[in-house]
Structure formats: structure tokens, C-alpha cells
Design a protein around this ligand. Sequence first.
Ligand SMILES: [Ca+2]
Ligand SMILES: [Ca+2]
Ligand SMILES: [Ca+2]
Length: 393
Amino acid sequence: MALRHLCVWVYCGLMVAGCQSETVSAPDVHARQVHPERQALIRTPAVQATAVNLPPSDRVFCLDLDGDGSDEVLGAHGSDLWAARIDRKAVKLLWKQSGKGVVHRLAIGQIGTERTLVIARGIGRGPNLKAPLSLSVWTARSKEPKILWSNAGVRNEPAHLSIQDLNGDGQSQVAFAHYVDKYHVATRHMNANGIGQLGEKMRMASGRIYADINADGRVDEVISRVYGDAKGLPGDLKINLGQGWVTVSTDNGVRGLVFAHVKGAKPAVFFADGWRSNYGKEAKAQVKTLEWTPMGPKLTKVGDSPGEFTFFELWAVDIDGDGFDELVARGNRHITLFSKADTTVWSQTKLATFEPVINVAFGLGGDGHWRTFVPGKTKTNAILAQVKPKAAQ
Ligand SMILES: [Ca+2]
Ligand SMILES: [Ca+2]
Ligand SMILES: [Ca+2]
């Protein structure tokens, strides 16, 4: 099927993505990067929401595949991956594609001269129990994804996937990390030909971001860990500013991790603290921020969700189109929006409630409406988010 939606070269920046994976490739990673078409779509007074009917899925993702400013919805169903577009009038199924294993992670961005969709597949239920871990790239020039790298190990699961200019030379590559055994994660960054090296392994390095934490113009690496170096030890944050790993203690294990530029503050790390292996008994969903100061890391609490045990993911989303990020947190029962009415006070709003699922996605449709997408056996459900654009407030 036609892949013309992948072939549009557009400028894409960190703040563009509704649901992660658009990445910065400009040297100045602190510049405010606004996608004008996306901002216009958000700030336009709302039209009636398009009725959304989507195929079944086990996992869902939102990515701006064609770079036009609105997010497409992608669903993994068994070994299939489908993509759909929400327009002002209707929902259009764009394509369906199949492969070995189930889709765990996706990233879209510029690699070389081409806008590229990167697909990480791995183990799943049923026939996919023994599926290998694989990375594929898909551009407008190819009819189907091309497998870059594949490996069958003890735990065939990715731990990170994004598109990054890791060494600041202006060229982006695939930033990838995966489990190399039951507990350890290692990076395996690679170029569009699949050439890359296995990096050092770290125990339970379950979350990872690349961003310029200390504002020196070079990309740094931050890892969040749900557990520590031995059984029973709590997780923490590990930060590498280019001179080796620094450990930042947290209250407990860390799940969600994101870099965001919110109103009234410098760009900073936000993370979900409070994970405990006994789930609801002691684990508490909370968001904190880490700013890098001349004295070192400074941690501040942003908010929590008393009814939930963790935020599995945090997303930086400019939901009102004012050029600053809000935080959208995926908990075990809700999607919660953390936003600032002014430059200091955080407020929080529940945008969606759902039964426990593997994941949910959050994105902006072509009709200008934000939705939470929840996987389902008979169809993928779409929950409209009640948020007003900046222009309409
Ligand atoms: Ca789009
Ligand atoms: Ca830096
Ligand atoms: Ca905003």
C-alpha cells in the first residue's frame, strides 16, 4: 500500500509529538521548537469530533507519521501493525503490515535524508512467545519494512527506542536498548544500515531518555530503574553527562521518564517515583521533577494520583498550543494531565479512565481533538479528552 504519508520531509522537534518518539536533531537542543501546523490545529476553535472506529489491538501508539502536525493511530494486533488517520470527517485505515513477533515500540523521524519509521518487535502471547527481538526501518522508498537487526536471546524485549543525534554531528541514528538477559539492559545504537555496537549493560535499566540535562549543548543520557543492583533494592536515576554515571537516589523505583519544557521553568527531567514490587499495597503514583543546578540535581514533587500505584509513562505534550509542554501521565487506571495555570502552581485533571491494559496512547487527531486510545479485543476505543485549546480559553 501507498506510503506517501511517510515521504513528506518536515521539520520535527522534541515538542511536536503527541505520543513520543519525535526527536531533536538540531545542535541547540534547548531551542523552543514548535511545529506551526500542529500549533494551528490545536489553537483552532474545535470542530465537532469525528466519530472514531478503529480495528482491534493489543497495544496502541500515536505518531505523526506524515509530519503534518496531527497524530496517526497505530495498533499492534497479534503480529499485525495497522495505522489509521483521523480526519475532520472520517477515520481512514492507511495500511496493515505483518512480521515476526509483536510490535513493542515505534519511533518516527529523520535518518539521513529520509523520514523513517522504526519498528521494534519482540515477544508476545501465543505464537509469539518465542519471537525474536528485531528492529526494522520503513521509508517511503520501500514497500515494506526492512529488518535492520534481529536477535533471539533470553528476554526478547526492547527497553528504549528513539531517533537521536547522539554525538552532535548533525546526523541522527537509531537509539536502541534491549534486555540482554533476564535483568540487564544494554544499548545497541545503530545507523540506517543496522551497523552498531553493544554498549555496557546495566541491571534493570528499564527507562531511558537522551536530552541536554545540564544545558551545555551536548546530549546527556538519563536512565530510570524500577529496581536496584540487587534483589530488594529500590530503583533510582542514573545520569551520564559525558563523564560516567552519577546515581540520583529516589524514594523507590522509577517508571515514567521524560524531558520537558514547562511554563515558568528551564527544560528538566520529569519522572514517576514510588514503584514497589507489591503494586497497590505500597506503590504510589507520583510525579517529580529533576533540575540540574550548579550544585547538582534538585528534586521537587509535582503531584500524585492516590488511587494508582504508578505512572508507567510520562509524555511531554503541548496540549493547549502555547509553546510549553504539559505533562500527560499514563497510570494503571487513568490518564492524568499535569499543567500549570501560571508559572508556579501545578493543577491536575483526569482525562481518561480505563481497565488495566498493556498500554494506552494519547494523541491529537486531524479534527483537532485529543484522545486517549485504549486497546480492545473487538475494537480500539477512543476517549475524547476534555481540554480547551489556548485560543478558546
Ligand atoms: Ca499526521
Ligand atoms: Ca549536556
Ligand atoms: Ca502548553
